[in-house]
Design a protein around this ligand. Structure first.
Ligand code: NAD
Length: 501
């Protein structure tokens, strides 16, 4: 007899498969729009390789219509000039709607991304809701300045919305990363166009329906366009868009920047790739806890997290012990369908990415790194993009597997002897998103944290996040910060007003 959990799972999937049958459309000006072009994209379940549904890919005409809808809504002023209470209540309503529909959203997320249903339901969806509450609270708390200029004048600043904001997001946290942008952009009175990744548009499409039915937003404030790289290019270059907030790869981030520069010099914020170091000094307070956390931070969400600690730098005296323990821990990870009970890791999000991860594993072998565990594709059902958690040891800092972002469950272990060497290796990649260090020495913790060229540093616990704390990288990991007041700055422009007395 099926257990209650299986019955619940089946009900969720039945609901999703029915929903998938409904036609998928763009959303602009408060209406669902049929595409003008004929190109579609097949959304695939990476656990089974089955096609879930087809979504339209926006062409230039579609993008023009959607941008116009967002522009008209901004110009009409029904959102930027609405009362703070109106906007605050709308944001809180959206957060509550996400909570109400959490199971649906998590099901769709896991179906097309492959992350565990529990990861979607427990990590991603609640945070997606909470970020609306957080930014609803900011709406009446962002002040301009009174500026101490010479007598005879008053000078003050005003924080004004930027206008039409295009929010381009990747496939690894499709709903969450979109909400990280939607909430502050709306809070500050902008109108938005969300472009989810072509691989994972489902949760945003469902959110769009929910917002349409229940959020009572003025028409044209929230818009959604589906599409591929070409659609992204059209957005980056569109003169009717005033801001692009982009999260994705460094290569594409540079293209977005070029598109913005060559069109209307729209402002751009970029959250890009990473190759984050995680330094284990021999004097760390709790070796077991450090190994456990390093493993979880690395392999959860199947290693598809921008800030995950993909380079573990281990002091010589504990190197062999730590590598053996990491290997033992990684070998216990069970792979399987995102909805299966007892599974620890789902498949990589899509086929091209799966192949890229496997290619990097081959590169690592050829470069002479030692394979501790994994190193193979695992296909429990002969289908699906499964890669076993993989650890390479005796990795040299200059190897490609230690320099380039793999974005899958592949960890490289590098040996160091001194603090200076650890810092040098840690900083020796083009990226600078996050870094971790583990030590009992308080002075060393501060000393090393200051020297790491990374936007976020975690001491004695890798991976701490809070809406109140800035998120974002240095070097080629990004431009600008998200979260806290930083996102509000990103979606406002500051006007200086002078009055002669
Ligand atoms: P990607 O750069 O391929 O795509 C991201 C988005 O950009 C997608 O919506 C895609 O359709 C669109 N796009 C593709 N080509 C474009 C173009 N020429 N112009 C405009 N838009 C275009 O990234 P991905 O493979 O979806 O995601 C993985 C990457 O995202 C990794 O590099 C990862 O590190 C990064 N990432 C960074 C953060 C962060 O906060 N720093 C968070 C999550 C993911």
């Amino acid at each position: 007899m099926p257990n209650p959990k299986e019955i619940l799972n089946k009900a969720r999937l039945d609901w999703a498969h029915n929903w998938l049958k409904t036609p998928k459309k763009f959303y602009a000006g408060g209406s669902f729009l049929a595409p003008q072009g004929k190109t579609t994209w097949k959304v695939v379940n990476p656990s089974s390789e089955e096609v879930l549904c087809e979504v339209p890919v926006a062409n230039e005409a579609d993008v023009n219509v959607i941008v116009k809808a967002a522009g008209d809504a901004f110009q009409a002023g029904c959102w930027p000039e609405s009362t703070r209470r109106f906007r605050r209540e709308a944001l809180i309503r959206i957060g509550n709607l996400i909570r109400e529909h959490a199971e649906e959203l998590a099901t769709l997320e896991s179906l097309c991304n492959g992350k565990l249903f529990s990861e979607s339901l427990i990590d991603d969806v609640p945070e997606s809701a909470d970020v609306f509450d957080y930014y609803a609270g900011w709406i009446d708390k962002l002040y301009g300045d009174t500026v101490p200029v010479d007598p005879g004048f008053i000078n003050y600043t005003r924080k004004e919305p930027v206008g039409v904001c295009a929010l381009i997001v990747p496939w690894n946290f499709p709903l969450l990363l979109a909400c990280w942008k939607i909430a502050p952009a709306l809070a500050m009175g902008n109108t938005v166009i969300v472009k989810p990744s072509e691989y994972t548009p489902l949760s945003i499409l469902r959110l769009c329906e929910i917002i349409h039915e229940k959020a009572n937003l003025p028409r044209g404030v929230f818009n959604v366009v589906m599409g591929d790289a070409e659609t992204g290019r059209l957005i980056s270059e569109h003169p009717g868009i005033h801001k692009v907030s982009f999260t994705g790869s460094t290569v594409v981030g540079k293209k977005v920047l070029m598109g913005a520069a060559q069109s209307n010099l729209k402002t751009v914020t970029l959250e890009l790739g990473g190759k984050s170091p995680n330094i284990l000094f021999a004097d760390l307070p709790d070796l077991e806890a450090a190994i456990e956390r390093s493993c979880t931070a690395m392999f959860s969400h199947k290693g598809e997290k921008c800030s995950e600690p993909t380079r573990i730098l281990i002091e010589d005296s504990i190197y062999d012990k730590v590598v053996a323990a990491l290997g033992e821990r990684a070998n216990r990870i069970k792979l399987g369908d995102a909805f299966e009970e007892g599974v620890d890791q789902g498949p990589q999000a899509h086929q091209a990415h799966f192949k890229k991860v496997l290619d990097y594993i081959e590169i690592g072998k050829k470069e002479g790194a030692k394979l501790v565990c994994g190193g193979v594709s695992e296909q429990p059902n002969k289908k699906g993009f499964f890669v076993r958690p993989t650890i390479f040891s005796e990795v040299k800092p200059e190897m490609r597997i230690a320099q380039e972002e793999i974005f899958g469950p592949v960890l490289v272990a590098i040996r160091f002897k001194t603090e200076e060497e650890a810092i040098r290796i840690a900083n020796q990649t083009p990226y600078g998103l996050a870094a971790g260090l583990w030590t009992s020495d308080l002075s060393r913790a501060h000393r090393v944290a200051a020297k790491l060229d990374s936007g976020m540093v975690f001491v004695n616990r890798y991976g701490c996040y809070d809406f109140a704390s800035p998120f974002g990288g240095f070097k080629q990991s990004g431009w600008g910060k998200e979260m806290a007041i930083h996102s509000l700055d990103a979606y406002t422009k500051t006007k200086s007003v002078w009055i002669k007395l």
